[in-house]
Design a protein around this ligand. Structure first.
Ligand code: UDP
Ligand code: MG
Length: 310
């Protein structure tokens, strides 16, 4: 059967949210009168969500479970959903209902009007700490400054993509994924729709600072060489200062000035440059580690149970 809409929801311990997610997605998509599927990607749940996913799937054939062998992370879970999706339009949504399924109708309208990527822009966010809001806003602004792709500000992964776009995304098998960057990178006709981001309906965020930080690093290293070039800039600046200082110091020596006689100056210079060098090594390490991961060529994810296709 031909499917118009594929909805992908990555699930990591969302047992309280699953029934409500299914109910709302079903209500919204049934109202379109077109065939749809809901792909629930179980990203190594440990709270019993897996059983709920299986139950939903056995009651409704349009629910297709993809169950991972362990936790592979949000971006990889969504990738698996994209791989299994069959619809003409594919929507990525969070399982915690922070992204209202009702917005899918508005996205679909834009898709029908010819847009190939319709991303949701968070006009307002509820129930999140000022720290999360502040780091998120800082992150989006840094990214847009230093990367070559125009990643729209204040968007998450909540978006609708045309089949053409999904096929291109599926051919990009990079390991450290930043999907919203990738979907901006591909081009096509894109448009944003605004929405108010609600608070989580149940449970806690599955994105602690550590994971957000990794995502930010993946975004930066995946789309920019800027961190690698910083070392070059600092190198030029400090070499330039040194070159200017040499004749000054020689002159002062000849004229017998006593301006430089302490150890503090030397110590500070050594510490500062040593620090800069170590940071640069670390930056190099980030890129080399990623190269190594790519070279190993392991599968992006391991599926324990794939949907028995209907
Ligand atoms: N998620 C996942 N794997 C993970 C972490 C999160 O599949 O390792 C899912 C989670 O179940 C949710 C979505 O990714 O559906 C977004 O996570 P969350 O709501 O915790 O992020 P936040 O909205 O707080 O940024
Ligand atoms: Mg959330």
């Amino acid at each position: 059967m031909k499917i118009t809409y594929s909805i992908i929801a990555p699930i990591y311990n969302e047992k309280e949210n699953l029934p409500e997610l299914y109910r709302r997605v079903k209500e919204v998509l049934d109202s379109t009168g077109e065939p749809w599927e809901l792909i629930l990607v179980d990203d190594g749940c440990t709270d019993g969500s897996t059983d709920i996913i299986r139950e939903l799937a056995s009651n409704d054939k349009r629910v297709r479970p993809v169950i991972f062998a362990r936790n592979f992370g949000h971006q990889v879970a969504v990738t698996a959903g994209l791989d299994y999706s069959r619809g003409d339009a594919v929507v990525i949504i969070d399982a915690d209902l922070q992204d209202p399924p009702e917005l899918i109708l508005e996205m679909a309208k834009n898709w029908r009007a010819g847009y190939e990527v319709v991303f949701a822009v968070r006009a307002e966010r509820e129930g999140e700490s000022w720290f999360k809001l502040w780091t998120a806003s800082l992150f989006y602004r840094i990214i847009s400054r230093i990367t070559d792709v125009k990643i729209p500000l204040d968007t998450g992964d909540f978006r609708l993509m045309d089949r053409k776009v999904v096929n291109v995304m599926n051919s990009m098998r990079e390991r450290h994924r930043f999907l919203r960057g990738m979907s901006a990178w591909v081009g096509f006709k894109q448009v944003g729709v605004e929405y108010k981001r609600a608070a989580r309906t149940a449970g806690e965020t599955k994105y602690p600072f550590r994971k957000m930080f990794r995502l930010a690093l993946n975004a930066i290293t995946g789309f920019s060489y800027f961190p690698l070039q910083v070392a070059t800039y600092i190198g030029f600046v400090s070499a330039g200062i040194a070159a200017l200082a040499i004749p000054v110091v020689i002159y002062m020596r000849i004229t017998g000035s006593q301006a430089f006689f302490g150890q503090a100056t030397t110590l500070l210079a050594v510490l500062f440059l040593g620090g800069v060098q170590l940071i640069s090594l670390g930056v190099l390490g980030e890129y080399i580690g990623r190269l190594y991961d790519e070279a190993k060529g392991r599968p992006l994810y391991i599926v324990r149970e794939a949907p028995d296709d209907n």
